[in-house]
Design a protein around this ligand. Structure first.
Ligand SMILES: C[S@@+](CC[C@H](N)C(=O)[O-])C[C@H]1O[C@@H](n2cnc3c(N)ncnc32)[C@H](O)[C@@H]1O
Length: 304
């Protein structure tokens, strides 16, 4: 093997595309659409050079091998994931969370005084930081939450994104979802200007932590405790139904009874048989873990 070549262009056959796509789906759930073939060809051409191999067959062997497998798979996945995100994305749903769901949870959790939120597939961290800001902007903060243990966890399969999230330094594009006056207010309250970027203030950072995690890794979620709210937005839309079900089962097991699952506006649980209750909160449909589980009887998968 040699790294001497600086570039190579492979002609990805349909079979090779399908094989690579299946490896990616099996590893992280993402199913690349057929029109992704040209882009994957460019990505794989670069990866072949980096790995010092000449053919896609050799590259597939590396992906399937036991030692290098996860490292190279992660690198490949990092090249094909859509990591688009920004602060206060899908604000109508966040309003529902702040105005209806959080007050209900605070009332219910009064005795234990702890609230835990998980942004699953958090990319560069805008979503989990938004959740911490949302809590601190709520009237509940002054009345209750500032004395509670309130934690937000952000996880993602993309290590580059997790590194960025931990840095907590954001440029203008991360604020594109906010109207001008809102943006100024949020930046003034929660960020420190650093050149032309904005660094998240410690008052927010200290409530948020980040973890590299593949949602398909069944043991991974064992690293942290029960959650009151899980946001998994704009992630599951790239997964086939079967994989979506598996991930949703993981969320169900991880949620406290009465806890909520929030998906992206173009995602829902339609077509999946789950024990979740569907609840309309303002303009949003959200999912609640019921106190007594009904529904499918695959007890082990739903953690019953
Ligand atoms: C489009 S971004 C969504 C970010 C944020 N949730 C939002 O709505 O703004 C999707 C993220 O999901 C992550 N992702 C995809 N598959 C994943 C998996 N199997 N495990 C963990 N994260 C995954 C990607 O790396 C990417 O950062």
């Amino acid at each position: 093997m040699t790294n001497a070549r600086s570039s190579v262009t492979v002609d990805l056959t349909r079979e090779e595309f399908v094989s690579l796509r299946d490896v990616i789906t099996g590893f992280c759930g993402i199913r690349l659409s057929d029109d992704y073939q040209a882009r994957l060809q460019r990505v794989v051409s670069l990866r072949l050079v980096r790995c010092g191999v000449e053919t896609v067959v050799d590259y597939l062997r590396i992906l399937g091998g036991s030692l290098q497998e996860v490292g190279e798979l992660l690198r490949l996945v990092e090249e094909v994931t859509n990591t688009e995100t920004y602060f206060f994305r899908e604000e109508f749903q966040l309003d529902a969370l702040a105005e209806e769901i959080l007050p209900e949870l605070v009332e219910r959790r009064e005795s234990r005084r702890r609230l835990t939120l998980w942004s699953a597939g958090c990319s560069s961290g805008e979503e989990p930081f938004t959740l911490a800001m949302l809590m601190q902007r709520s009237p509940l903060w002054g009345r209750h939450l500032h004395r509670w243990e309130s934690r937000v966890l952000g996880t993602d399969i993309n290590r580059r994104m997790i590194r960025r999230a931990r840095e907590g330094l954001y440029r203008a594009s991360s604020f594109k979802g906010l109207a001008e006056d809102q943006r100024r207010e949020i930046q003034g309250q929660f960020f420190r200007a650093v050149g032309d970027a904005f660094s998240v203030r410690e008052a927010i950072r200290k409530h948020v932590s980040f973890l590299h995690l593949n949602l398909l890794d069944r043991d991974g979620a064992g690293l942290f405790g029960e959650m009151d709210v899980i946001l998994c937005r704009n992630v599951l839309m790239y997964f086939p139904l079967k994989v979506r079900l598996r991930v949703i089962q993981g969320f169900f097991r991880k949620l406290a009874v009465g806890g909520y699952l929030l998906l992206g506006h173009s995602e829902n649980l339609l077509g999946l048989e789950t024990p979740f209750e569907t609840v309309r909160v303002q303009e949003s449909l959200v999912y609640r873990k019921p106190s007594r589980h009904r529904g499918p009887r695959r007890d082990d998968e739903w953690g019953r």
